[in-house]
Design a protein around this ligand. Sequence first.
Ligand code: FMN
Length: 360
Amino acid sequence: MHYGEMMDDIEIIKQRKRDAINIPLSKEVHHKESTTYLEYVTLIHNALPEVNLDEIDTSTTFLNHKFKSPIIIDSMTGGAEEAREINSRLAETAQEFGIGMGVGSQRAGLLNKELEYTYSIAREKAPDIFLIANIGAAQLAKGLSIDEIKRIIDMIKANALAIHLNPLQELIQPEGEPSFKCVYDKIKEVVKSVNIPVIVKEVGSGISREVAVKLEMINVKAINIAGAGGTSWAGVERYRAENASIDYNTHLGDLFWDWGIPTAASLLEVKNSTKLPIIASGGLRSGLDIAKCIVLGADLTAFAYPFLKAASESVESSKKLASLLIGELKSSMFLVGATNIASLRKVRYIIKGALAEWFR
Ligand SMILES: Cc1cc2nc3c(=O)[nH]c(=O)nc-3n(C[C@H](O)[C@H](O)[C@H](O)COP(=O)(O)O)c2cc1C
């Protein structure tokens, strides 16, 4: 029997949502060999910063929305009771710190109305934030209608819609759907039909310049690169395949565990080939990483796993993480003499090693 036939659709999705939380929390699912390449970026120290640390301003504007700091809690969860609590804690954090947030893929909320609250809790807890709806490209290819897309937007009163591209994950996932034919035309149709900006994102393998150029041509409004170096979805799905005793997918998970474009390389590929606003993500773990990404050309940065871990503990841990990241960002800005995000963008930097070779 095919794994997908063992449970009906909604049960599979609910279980997958639980696995997507529990596996990253209980197993090591970060990239092993590959890194973000941010270690190859050096910001030039300014010994004469001419700024006071307590006057540094991290606010910025993205797609006409004001952010107190250039941070998004990246798309992660929804669709199960455990997910509701995590979304609630994340949203409370985002509201308090004036940062953005994405919910996880909303397919479960579409299939079962009773699960909508696991997503809409985010808007309840965070009435003012930039909140991002989420759906997979594979679902679009399967024929998700524009009405259904509008429903997921309304579900959380979203400010933007993220469509995730996850071919690697679909490939390894026991019940995955590695069918991406016509996805581009579908994204084009969605962009034309919804009245909020569409952001296209990866989930940890990065966006290349070729893909970015194609997305810019159809009026996608921003790209979340989600490069390699952080959470590995080949890793997560590999464990799910192993639990389901599917040897071939387990093998593929091991083979492609480190697959993808390192975050810093993806960021520069997209920056150098399009004018699209960029959300840098994939393995970002500190405020110094935020500063480096902004200097390289990102408009915002996003963090997934670190916030999952913190929010699974408590709302206080989640807020502590946000506060730490902002403190580290301000410290980095102090050391390069940047009073605000606009001046941070002009800081001189060098790139070396594998990142320099990438563009040789
Ligand atoms: C537990 C978990 C669940 C995720 N679920 C989704 C999802 O439903 N939709 C999506 O677009 N990305 C999803 N992602 C991918 C993240 O948004 C992000 O792109 C990726 O994890 C890289 O960031 P990180 O290294 O900081 O975790 C998920 C990530 C994690 C850790």
